[in-house]
Design a protein around this ligand. Structure first.
Ligand code: NAP
Length: 308
């Protein structure tokens, strides 16, 4: 089987925790190079920038981008302009217009753009989606709470415009909800808790409805600990579905559902490879759209300063 030669750009926390092990374990990809301003990866050729990598590695076929969202747009544009397939970490961009621009570039060039949502590949998500497809859904409650100091130590970009604040983890929950719910969702209200010394929210409370009027209540909080709470509860006429541990455990009507064993990032890379082979793109901006709407409709509550 021919391996796809790949480069990884933005070697930070998620690149080391997830991307590098997932690529190493996938026999259909070969990591040949990395680009990062301050970091390097053993066993491959390293460059300080994507531009330097593109100039030196014309045979690389695909580029996976794992830097924060704002610098990722210029990187994605450069990679697509150079004729490479591209995978974007979540969120796919700092704003919606840039993602649409990238999608048009990829489409015109016949390249695969994959706007990845790793939480959609959590173990329980597909089974939840299948079960809910035939249910009479009554309400949805999303509780996505964690300690920002534990999960984002020293990351200043998350507090800046385009960094999303508490929506950086929260968008993972929205990526699951928009996938498992059979009908489209519309935001009706949003409250954003913003520390007085920061640009982005540390908490958010959203109310949405689906097209049948089913209420969806969303609570995001970065002041929660020590144990994180990443759960989605769906009440139906036939019982309660609970996705917990970020989508990796599933209970239906109190009984735990046995799940498969292919974890999020290996599953993401397998999906990207399939998209490349089929000449397809996968760019679903609905989770980012809800976040953008939450800022559009957001009622701001100014909170005490956040000091890390
Ligand atoms: P990170 O460690 O802060 O950043 C990744 C790397 O990107 C940095 O080490 C840095 O490497 C490079 N970078 C940072 N700012 C840059 C800039 N302005 N221009 C060019 N390169 C820059 O962040 P992360 O936690 O890995 O998150 C990256 C993305 O993955 C985010 O979109 C996040 O939502 C997503 N994600 C994170 C996690 C997690 O647990 N952390 C989980 C899932 C998804 P150099 O300094 O070497 O260039």
């Amino acid at each position: 089987m021919k391996k796809i030669s790949i480069a990884l750009v933005g070697i930070g926390k998620i690149a080391r925790d997830q991307h590098l092990p997932a690529i190493a374990a996938d026999p259909r990809f070969e990591l040949v190079a990395c680009a990062s301003r301050n970091a390097s990866v053993e066993g491959v050729r390293n460059y300080p920038t994507l531009e330097a990598l593109l100039a030196a590695e014309p045979h690389v076929e695909a580029i996976s981008l794992s830097a924060p969202p704002l610098p990722r747009f210029a990187q994605a544009r450069a990679a697509l302009a150079a004729g490479k397939h591209v995978m974007l970490e979540k969120p796919p961009g700092g704003c919606l217009s840039e993602v649409r621009a990238l999608e048009q570039m990829a489409s015109c060039a016949g390249l695969t753009l994959f706007a990845s949502w790793h939480s959609r590949h959590a173990l329980g998500v597909e089974a939840a989606r299948t079960w809910l497809a035939t249910q009479d859904i009554r309400s949805v409650n999303v509780r996505w709470k964690e300690d920002v100091r534990r999960w984002h130590p020293g990351q200043t970009w998350i507090w800046e415009p385009g960094g999303l604040g508490v929506f950086d983890p929260g968008i993972n929950a929205l990526s699951i909800v928009t996938w498992i719910m059979p009908r489209e969702l519309a935001l009706v209200s949003s409250t954003l808790g913003i520390p007085s010394n920061r640009q982005m929210p540390i908490s958010a409370d959203l109310e949405l409805f689906d097209t049948a009027g089913v209420p969806v209540h969303v609570e995001f909080d970065w002041r929660h600990g020590p144990q994180e709470l990443w759960e989605i509860e769906v009440k139906t006429a036939d019982g309660v579905l609970l996705l917990s541990q970020g989508g990796n455990r599933l209970h239906i009507d109190g009984r735990e559902v046995a799940l498969g064993a292919v974890h999020e990032y290996p599953s993401l890379y397998a999906h990207w490879r399939n998209l490349i082979e089929r000449g397809e793109r996968d760019v679903d901006v609905r989770p980012l759209g809800i976040v953008a709407d939450a800022f559009l409709l957001g009622r701001r509550e100014i909170l005490e300063p956040f000091v890390e």
